[in-house]
Design a protein around this ligand. Structure first.
Ligand code: SAM
Length: 260
């Protein structure tokens, strides 16, 4: 189909066949798994995935692409959800009778990558794993360890729920049109058993937000609404540290200390 890429939908279509093959290999789709692709576009991933499995759910916002897909794929092979992925209820695809959760994949529109990741976290109980192409810089933030420059709120919030693996760096030339930045492919697997559990998850999110709100300041300053000097002494966490020096475990310790 002749399609002019729409910037507002973050349309950068994958064209490098060797890279596409390595992504599909990393995903390793198996028959009878419930697989959902976010942003199928012109089928760079959809088509090779359909060579390995009989059915795929796709979530696509662009109506022009949706009309094209309706003629391109058999109804039995592709279930099209013409909605904004940010509003999509992933739980509706989980069959209550089976314990099969969803596998979510996609070359994500970069302009909404962080909100999509947070939306998926809300649905994490229904997800087996996720494989995404994102801006390389975002993937580096997702997997970053404490006290490194890329470590931030996104790292803490995602690592609380997920084990993540940086898989492949993908150059701009692999796309049409080429984006301005490098991309990377990442695998995310929800923890079967969370290493740390916050008793009050909303409070955990608030503490992390407050700490990273002013990441140059010490936590004595940024967390003053939650902790005083004697609290820091009880916790055995130095109040002179900055947000980026604390691990997920430290944020959970703080949350559970405040909420007990
Ligand atoms: N999968 C294709 C590929 O790899 O060539 C297209 C990837 S392109 C980076 C992103 C796709 O997501 C486009 O098809 C775009 O229309 C779609 N998209 C953008 N925003 C979306 C949203 N909020 N919900 C669902 N799809 C969206």
């Amino acid at each position: 189909m002749k399609h002019v890429a729409k910037k507002r939908f973050g349309q950068n279509f994958l064209t490098d066949q060797a890279i596409i093959n390595s992504l599909v290999e990393a995903i390793n789709p198996l028959q009878n798994q419930t697989i959902v692709e976010i942003g199928p576009g012109l089928g760079a991933l959809t088509k090779p995935l359909l060579k390995k499995i009989n059915h795929l759910h796709v979530i696509e916002i662009d109506r022009d692409i949706v009309s094209w897909m309706q003629n391109e794929y058999a109804k039995t092979a592709v279930t099209i959800h013409n909605v904004d992925a940010l509003k999509f209820e992933f739980a509706q695809l989980v069959n209550n009778k089976s314990s099969e959760n969803l596998r979510v994949v996609g070359n994500l529109p970069y302009n909404i990558s962080t909100p999509i990741l947070f939306h998926l976290l809300d649905n994490v109980a229904h997800i087996t794993d996720m494989h995404f192409m994102l801006q390389k810089e975002v993937v580096e933030r997702m997997v970053a360890l404490p006290s490194t420059p890329a470590y931030g709120r996104l790292s803490v919030m995602l690592q609380y729920h997920l084990a993540m693996e940086y898989l492949i760096t993908v150059p701009p030339e692999a796309f049409e049109p080429a984006p301005k930045v490098e991309s990377a492919f990442v695998r995310c697997i929800p923890h079967a058993i969370k290493p740390e559990i916050a008793n009050d998850f909303n409070l955990f999110a608030k503490v992390v937000l407050a700490a990273f709100g002013q990441r140059r300041k010490t936590i004595r300053n940024t967390l003053k609404d939650f902790l005083n000097d004697s609290d820091f002494a009880h916790l055995k966490i130095s109040s002179q540290l900055r947000a980026e020096n604390l691990s997920v475990k430290d944020y959970v310790l703080i949350t559970n200390y405040i909420s007990h």
